[in-house]
Design a protein around this ligand. Structure first.
Ligand SMILES: NC(=O)c1ccc[n+]([C@@H]2O[C@H](COP(=O)([O-])OP(=O)(O)OC[C@H]3O[C@@H](n4cnc5c(N)ncnc54)[C@H](O)[C@@H]3O)[C@@H](O)[C@H]2O)c1
Length: 322
């Protein structure tokens, strides 16, 4: 989270519409990066609560050495307002964070398109809805897109950028630049699909977790424990493709050959007929081999292990006894 010092005076404000979990999170991201922020909500009591929440989060971030300015300096960059017109006046970016309800968000987008500066990108934080669904009918639809963060955005520092077919490439580029400038990595989703990538992956594991509880195979607490201390800990170092690439001598090609049939049977048991075809496996293998030559496989395994050791060390320091 590199601070930008006194640059905030020169930067156009970021308007955040909706001051719940995600709106307050984005406010921390942009204010910490030196941007002036206007945080809007229709409820004044929510803004009072948001102020206190941001204050507390900034103090926590400071205690972990994750912000480099006094919390009061960062907090002073955020203007809390119930006045929508004031929040978007002169804005350089609008981030919509209203509740996940189609009609409500469509109305908010129509208002934002009418009220914000004509060249200002308008991004939705929506978890599932596309810009086509939210803004497809608007005169300013070419400046609308989805920027879906993880929760909380100031800790999960990667966001999905999901343009609609009508979103202008310049708006996409400008938005990605703004995010990277604020220390948020971006992943471009190549075409619109409900739930994008993040929540489709999360959905796959949640579907199976619910099914396992229904089948009486494991308790809710035990499933959470297996993910927290097992799969999830490893995923904090490497993603699912790299995980199996590093778990199998010979890499992911050998994994798919040996384990693919079992995964296909487990999928079929849940009503999904999606065996990994030879062409699909070849595409994934080629992508992995571009990332890691098998000659360096053992080196990368040792690196993964060291990264896991660092995480265990951090856990032991922060959560003694875990
Ligand atoms: N919570 C998550 O884990 C998460 C993660 C990523 C994305 N999202 C998405 O972010 C969006 C916001 O989610 P959240 O969890 O922060 O919800 P939330 O319920 O915590 O906050 C929503 C806020 O919007 C305000 N609001 C309602 N109508 C409004 C309007 N017309 N104008 C301005 N503000 C209005 C509410 O008062 C409330 O404070 C949703 O689209 C959600 O799917 C949520």
């Amino acid at each position: 989270m590199a601070p930008l010092g006194n640059q905030s005076a020169k930067l156009a404000p970021v308007a955040i519409v909706g001051a719940g979990s995600i709106g307050t999170g984005w406010a921390i991201v942009f204010a910490t990066a030196g941007r002036p922020v206007r945080l809007h909500d229709t409820l004044s009591e929510r803004l009072v609560a948001a102020h206190a929440e941001i204050d507390a989060r900034l103090a926590d971030l400071q205690s972990f050495g994750l912000v480099h300015e006094p919390p009061a300096t960062i907090l002073a960059r955020i203007d809390f307002t119930t006045d929508l017109a004031r929040s978007v006046a002169g804005a350089g970016h609008v981030q919509e964070c209203a509740p996940e309800q189609l009609e409500l968000k469509r109305a908010v987008f129509a208002t934002l398109d009418a009220a914000s500066p004509a060249d200002c990108p308008i991004a939705s934080s929506s978890s599932f809805m596309t810009a086509s669904a939210l803004a497809g009918e608007l005169p300013g639809r070419q400046r609308c897109l989805v920027v879906h963060p993880g929760n909380p955005p100031y800790l999960l520092r990667v966001a999905e950028v999901v343009p609609a077919p009508f979103t202008s490439p310049a708006v996409v580029a400008r938005t990605e630049h703004l995010l990277r400038d604020a220390g948020i990595e971006t992943v471009r989703v190549r075409h619109e699909m409900e739930g994008f990538v993040f929540n489709r992956l999360q959905g796959a594991i949640l579907r199976e977790a619910y099914a396992l509880v229904q089948d009486g195979v494991a308790s809710v607490a035990d499933i959470d424990r297996l993910v927290r201390d097992g799969l999830g800990l490893r995923w904090s170092v490497v993603g699912p493709f790299e995980t199996v690439d590093l778990n199998t001598r010979g890499g992911i090609a050998v994994h798919a050959q040996r384990m693919g049939p079992a995964y296909a049977r487990m999928g079929a048991e849940r009503g999904r007929q999606e065996p990994w075809s030879a062409e699909l496996v070849a595409e994934v293998v080629a992508a992995r081999r571009e990332q890691l030559d098998l000659e360096h496989w053992a080196e990368r395994v040792a690196w993964r292990d060291r990264m896991l050791m660092a995480r265990l060390q951090a856990r032991a320091n922060v959560e003694p006894g875990k």
